[in-house]
Design a protein around this ligand. Structure first.
Ligand code: G6P
Ligand code: MG
Length: 214
């Protein structure tokens, strides 16, 4: 079946917010006396805010009540939102603007499907909100990636079938979600992270749309 739509993840595909997320989580971890390294941060790629906190706390999770968990998520999000204030349209990843142009010129529907509840703020800072036919974010569905829900919901909003949709993702959880949604999965990043995708490229700038459509 012919491809009609491209659904793009945001963090790690269009822009790189991983460093800001890391700084936010690192500050929280230090305040709580928990060790958290840049390496540990890799496990949070594409993962929801709550799941990220659970991974960060690890065995310490049982020491915290639901109210304390909520407060820590809010605290980290405050740090993250402060860092986001520095973001401008210079922070598009190399190749992102070109990719959007190519997809638009070819007549595809394009959407963002991000686990982030800050996705709309990020898209506004990047000045690309109007490029998309629809935007799904961390508020759109209950079950986060690796569940297929956010991609199924996005394809529904675009009025296309899963088999007419291509998902571009940098996270293992995102690739799993795309495959579970029975869409064409394009991974951005190393083999060990996104190797299960139908197509894999090292970076956004390397994505070859013609190859995906062939
Ligand atoms: C993206 C990022 C994750 C982040 C998640 C939730 O998927 O890759 O690292 O945890 O969004 O972000 P939020 O802005 O809602 O805390
Ligand atoms: Mg991502």
């Amino acid at each position: 079946m012919a491809i009609k739509a491209f659904i793009l993840d945001l963090d790690g595909v269009i822009t790189d917010t991983a460093e800001f997320h890391f700084q936010g989580w690192k500050r929280l971890a230090e305040e709580e006396g928990i060790e958290f390294t840049r390496d540990d941060n890799e496990a949070l790629r594409g993962v929801s805010r709550r799941r990220s906190l659970e991974i960060l706390l690890g065995e310490h999770q049982d020491d915290y009540s639901e109210e304390e968990m909520q407060e820590m998520m809010d605290r980290k999000n405050g740090y993250y939102q402060d860092l986001l204030k520095q973001m401008t349209d210079d922070d598009l990843l190399p190749g992102a603007r070109e990719l959007l142009n190519t997809l638009k010129e070819s007549g595809f529907k394009i959407a963002v499907a991000s686990a982030s509840r800050n996705a709309k703020t990020v898209l506004n800072s990047l000045k690309i909100t109007d490029e998309f036919d629809t935007i799904s974010d961390g508020h759109s569905v209950d079950n986060p990636k690796p569940a297929p829900d956010i991609f199924v919901h996005t394809a529904d909003k675009l009025g296309v079938k899963p088999e007419e949709s291509v998902v571009i993702e940098d996270a293992e959880a995102g690739v799993e979600a795309a495959l579970a949604a029975e869409m064409t999965a394009v991974g951005v990043g190393p083999e060990e992270r996104v190797g299960k995708a139908h197509y894999r490229y090292d970076s956004t700038a390397d994505i070859d749309v013609e190859e995906i459509l062939a």
